[in-house]
Design a protein around this ligand. Structure first.
Ligand code: 5GP
Length: 199
């Protein structure tokens, strides 16, 4: 079945199940490609170049900035992070969809970029952004504490960040509350199917 290629931008505070939902989508939809970011930070642990990130030297990253190769980039903790335009354009031109997992600030830059594109640009035609919400701040706290991976101070910082991000959820075209993973996933699938004309 021929479907409309989507350019999906997804954001969520940490602990909202965004990575799990994206993994589920990638498993089920063979035609959705995950956007791999570029970074100048060093690989950690088992991370692989071209899989987790494209690990670039600072000089190469700055060269790409100069060439206007990024749809958005940012400096986080002294390292550059960015999303290249070319892979998104190529994936959409092939008729597939691209999904970006990006924070609220990055998403705002992508939205600005897309808004300025001509109306017949595939990135603009296929653009959709989704914010994943926790059922409540109390539940988000329970989930972060339940993971047992973060120190209390880190959890407080994540919760404070989450509040700031949730305050900007209205900037997104769609909001999906992850109260129940199966239900949230179904809502996401219904959204993607409707927008891509799969149904
Ligand atoms: P980490 O080094 O832990 O993998 O990521 C650090 C931060 O960089 C995270 O907050 C992550 O969201 C952000 N990040 C990862 N990729 C990108 C990207 O392509 N663009 C922007 N703006 N931020 C990114």
């Amino acid at each position: 079945m021929k479907t409309k290629p989507l350019f999906i931008v997804m954001s969520a505070p940490s602990g909202c199940g965004k990575s799990t939902l994206i993994d589920m989508l990638l498993q089920e939809y063979g035609d959705i490609v995950y956007s791999i970011s570029c970074t100048t930070r060093a690989p950690r642990g088992e991370e692989e170049d071209g899989l987790d990130y494209h690990f670039l030297s600072r000089a190469r990253f700055e060269e790409l900035i100069g060439a206007d190769a990024f749809i958005e980039y940012a400096k986080v903790h002294g390292n550059y992070y960015g999303t290249l335009k070319a892979p998104i354009e190529e994936v959409l031109a092939e008729g597939h969809s691209m999904i970006l997992d990006i924070d609220v600030q990055g998403a705002a830059k992508v939205r600005d970029y897309v808004q300025k594109l001509p109306n017949n640009d595939p990135l603009k035609i296929g653009y959709v952004d989704v914010f994943i919400l926790p059922p409540s701040m109390e539940e988000l706290r329970r989930r972060l504490e339940g993971r047992g991976t973060d120190a209390p101070a880190v959890i407080e910082k994540r919760l404070a960040n989450a509040e700031g991000e949730i305050a900007r959820a209205d900037e997104y075209m769609f909001k999906v509350t992850n109260d129940d993973l199966t239900m949230a996933y179904k809502r996401l699938c219904d959204l993607i199917d409707a927008l891509s004309g799969r149904m």
